[in-house]
Structure formats: structure tokens, C-alpha cells
Write a protein that binds this ligand. Structure first.
Ligand code: IMP
Length: 197
């Protein structure tokens, strides 16, 4: 069975190969000219736009994820706008968030990563799920791994930030890992029972 990852990002493909590696699935990235506009108001809507477009372009089963960070004290924002929270780099966005959170007390610093995932063929959505990684925003940057908001996010199930834990540990605990593990279970039970893989 072939599965197209609706993305141009080889790092994401590598991650997916680890998460779905135990299944007999041939994974590939979307074609070079894949560039749909993410106009949805929700993670699921954006993931659906990308998965359907990749399926339309390739004729193959396609999967897409869309993610972001939600902070209670920021009205559960920036959410779907996490990558566009402000102009500039990930570092600029972390600085802006730390500044906006400066006067927020420890007990009000709840945050969570969210990952929505959609599996589609060219006609319809076959499966979708949403997964969370709960934690808190700390007051300084700690750690060198990861990307985005990782140096300021302390998951509840860790004693270090998501940029301090190893990529392997993040791949076991993260919102994305949970969503893709759910997909792996779905694919495994659905397609095994239909003898398609
Ligand atoms: P996308 O799913 O690639 O569109 O990610 C949206 C944005 O959410 C990223 O650019 C990051 O700012 C943030 N984000 C999502 N997942 C993570 C994560 O695991 N660590 C840090 N930031 C993340």
C-alpha cells in the first residue's frame, strides 16, 4: 500500500517512517508543486485541505497533519496561527510569547500542543483524529532540540522542556506521535482485516 505525506518536508517523512515503520506501507512526499493554501479556521480543516489536495494530485491515499500551540492565558491562542504568531523566526515568536506571559502567575501558565491528522483519498476523508500534549509555559528558553515553541514548553509528563528531552522521547510522547500512533492502529486494523496490506 502507498501512502503520500501531504508535505514537502523530508524531516516529517523521516518521523513518519519511524512511527509507521512496522506497517508494510510505502511512504512518499507530495509532488514538488504541492502548495495548497491553508485557509481553514481549524487544524482539522487545514489538514483536510492538504490531504485532499495531495490525494487529488497523486491519486494515492494521502495523510496530512496540522498542529499548533494553545495557551490558556492567551485565550487558548495562537492555535492555528502558531506559525504566524508574529513575523520573523521561531525565536522571535518565542520572545513575543514570553513577553506577553511575563505577568501571568505559574498556576495560569497551562498550555498544550495540538495535532490534527486527516487521511483522505481523492473522493473523501477516510479517517481523522486530534491529539494533545499538555504542559505549561516556562519563563525562559531551555534546550536545543526540537523547533518552534519547544524551548519554552514543559510537558506535564516530563521534567524537562520539549527542547531538552531527546528527539526519541519527543517521538514517543508528543501530540504528533499520539496522532500518528492512532493512525497506525487504524491502518493496521482496517487494512489487515481487508487483506490489503
Ligand atoms: P505545522 O503543523 O507545521 O503547520 O505547525 C504549526 C506551528 O505550530 C509550528 O510552526 C510551530 O510554531 C507550532 N508547533 C507545532 N508542533 C510543534 C512542536 O512539536 N514543537 C514546537 N512547536 C510546534
Amino acid at each position: 500500500m502507498k501512502l503520500v505525506l501531504a508535505s514537502q518536508n523530508p524531516g516529517k517523512l523521516k518521523e513518519l517512517k519511524i512511527l509507521l515503520g512496522h506497517l508494510p506501507i510505502e511512504l512518499a512526499l507530495a509532488p514538488k508543486d504541492f502548495d495548497p493554501e491553508e485557509t481553514g479556521d481549524t487544524y482539522l480543516a487545514n489538514a483536510e485541505i492538504k490531504a485532499r489536495e495531495a490525494a487529488r494530485m497523486t491519486g494515492e491515499l494521502s495523510v496530512s497533519d496540522d498542529s499548533g500551540i494553545e495557551v490558556e492565558a492567551l485565550g487558548w491562542g495562537p492555535g492555528v496561527r502558531s506559525a504566524r504568531y508574529c513575523e520573523g523566526s521561531d525565536l522571535d515568536r518565542r520572545h513575543k510569547m514570553l513577553l506577553e506571559m511575563e505577568n501571568v502567575p505559574d498556576e495560569k501558565r497551562n498550555a498544550r500542543y495540538v495535532c490534527a491528522l486527516v487521511l483522505a483519498d481523492k473522493d473523501k476523508v477516510i479517517y481523522s483524529t486530534e491529539a494533545y500534549w499538555q504542559g505549561k509555559l516556562i519563563r525562559e528558553e531551555l534546550g536545543e532540540h526540537g523547533f518552534g515553541y519547544d524551548p519554552i514548553f514543559m510537558p506535564n509528563d516530563c521534567t524537562m522542556t520539549s527542547a531538552q528531552i531527546t528527539p526519541e522521547e519527543k517521538n514517543q510522547k508528543s501530540h504528533r506521535a499520539k496522532a500518528f500512533n492512532e493512525l497506525a492502529q487504524f491502518l493496521s486494523s482496517k487494512y489487515k482485516s481487508e487483506s490489503r496490506i
